[in-house]
Design a protein around this ligand. Structure first.
Ligand code: HEC
Length: 143
């Protein structure tokens, strides 16, 4: 019973903290953070994900390192269920935020069992904001 009340209190405090933060007004957003700008086009994201070369500097594409087959590791983890894994990957972080950060700042959170610095590091500069949004929208469909 005590434990239950504590959990409730914690949740209340957390939601208060979230309200106080007012939707992340201090988050850096390349395009000014307009409401609709972060909703990507999943179909375009799928097309981008499957390209063997991507971005302004012709970097290796996502599919060259991430399989969409369950359990298949090429270089990085399989993304067959990344939409589900993203939901709980970092406590308190939304799935979308986790996916976006994993693309633009790959070393922020290293997936268990993998090594820092292996994922291509410059997607944040070489992909456009809308390409990143589309990729995130596609990854969210993988459940
Ligand atoms: C050179 C290989 C390589 C390429 C190319 C690559 N990744 Fe990764 N990626 C990795 C590795 C290795 C990890 C695991 C280590 C880590 O967390 O940084 C990873 C982790 C991730 C994660 C963290 C979530 C997880 O557990 O799988 C996401 C999301 C992700 N990559 C998305 C992408 C997207 C989208 C692209 C294409 C724009 C891409 N990656 C291209 C190697 C790569």
């Amino acid at each position: 019973m005590r434990k239950f009340n504590l959990a409730l209190l914690l949740m209340l405090l957390l939601s208060l903290a979230l309200v106080a933060c007012g939707g992340g007004g201090d988050e850096p957003e390349a395009d000014g953070g307009g409401e609709t700008s972060s909703v990507g086009d999943a179909a375009n994201g799928e097309r981008l994900f499957n390209e063997s070369i991507i971005g302004a500097a012709s970097a290796p594409g996502c599919i060259t390192c991430h399989s969409l087959e369950p359990g298949v590791v090429i270089v990085g983890p399989s993304h067959s269920d990344i939409g589900t894994r993203a939901e709980t990957a970092v406590p308190g972080m939304s799935a979308e935020d986790y996916l976006r950060q994993s693309i633009v700042e790959p070393n922020a959170h290293i997936t268990e069992g993998y090594t820092e610095g292996v994922m291509y590091q410059n997607f944040g500069e070489e992909l456009t904001n809308s390409q990143i949004n589309d990729l995130v929208a596609f990854l969210m469909t993988l459940k």
